[in-house]
Ligand binder design. Structure first.
Ligand SMILES: CC(C)(COP(=O)(O)OP(=O)(O)OC[C@H]1O[C@@H](n2cnc3c(N)ncnc32)[C@H](O)[C@@H]1OP(=O)(O)O)[C@@H](O)C(=O)NCCC(=O)NCCS
Length: 176
């Protein structure tokens, strides 16, 4: 059954959330990609990307915005926005990247992804950005259709290295 959207609360991550984000990032990444990738590549990537130390650095980085979706006391998902260089295929003005948007499997289909996307758009607009863009694995059809539903279109592609495996990410973007 779908929860009412007001049950999902979005809060900006603080330094106290570093360990939680490390665990949530690693577990959602595993849930999403482990069945389609080699274990060694998954481990190389998650160890490097989702340590608590790295999460702490990212939380306090002024070029990043990280928000966590809460359902009661459960951290159900998170979004990570990055102000940085955009892929050359992104032609929209003032772009900002959705670097990661992940919802735990147990909370899928209950409005968490929508709440995280809405907050991403709000943060980006409030900070004067005009374009949202992201990279999504060419084989992650579920996420691609979620993004299409929110008006993203494919504008290009780039290589994403998972451990030792070079994969193709589609680049998608939309005006905000
Ligand atoms: C993609 C993802 C973020 C969607 O989150 P979610 O919380 O399940 O989505 P919601 O319940 O908020 O759904 C929001 C809307 O998108 C739609 N939607 C959700 N998943 C969809 C899908 N696979 N295809 C099409 N539409 C989808 C829903 O129907 C809903 O629309 P509605 O309000 O008209 O009913 C989630 O499945 C996820 O985290 N997947 C694993 C991680 C991942 O792949 N992240 C992206 C990496 S680039």
């Amino acid at each position: 059954m779908k929860l009412r959207s007001n049950v999902v609360e979005i809060r900006m991550a603080t330094e106290a959330d570093a360990q939680l984000l490390a665990e949530l990032g690693s577990s959602t990444f595993e849930e999403t990609f482990s069945k389609d990738n080699r274990r060694e590549d998954m481990e190389l990537y998650t160890t490097k990307t989702f340590s608590a130390e790295k999460q702490l650095k990212e939380i306090i980085d002024p070029n990043r915005r990280i928000a966590i979706a809460w359902i009661g006391n459960n951290a159900a998902g998170f979004v990570h926005l990055l102000k940085g260089d955009s892929d050359l295929s992104v032609k929209g003005a003032n772009p900002i990247e959705i670097l990661r948007l992940y919802v735990s499997v147990r909370w899928h289909g209950q409005g968490v992804g929508a709440a995280l996307m809405d907050r991403s758009i709000q943060i980006a607009r409030d900070e004067g950005f005009q374009t949202l863009w992201l990279g999504v694995w060419e084989r992650n059809f579920k996420a691609q259709s979620f993004y299409r539903k929110y008006g993203f279109v494919t504008v290009g592609q780039h290589v994403f290295r998972l451990g030792t495996d070079d994969q193709i990410d589609l680049i998608m973007s939309r005006a905000i």
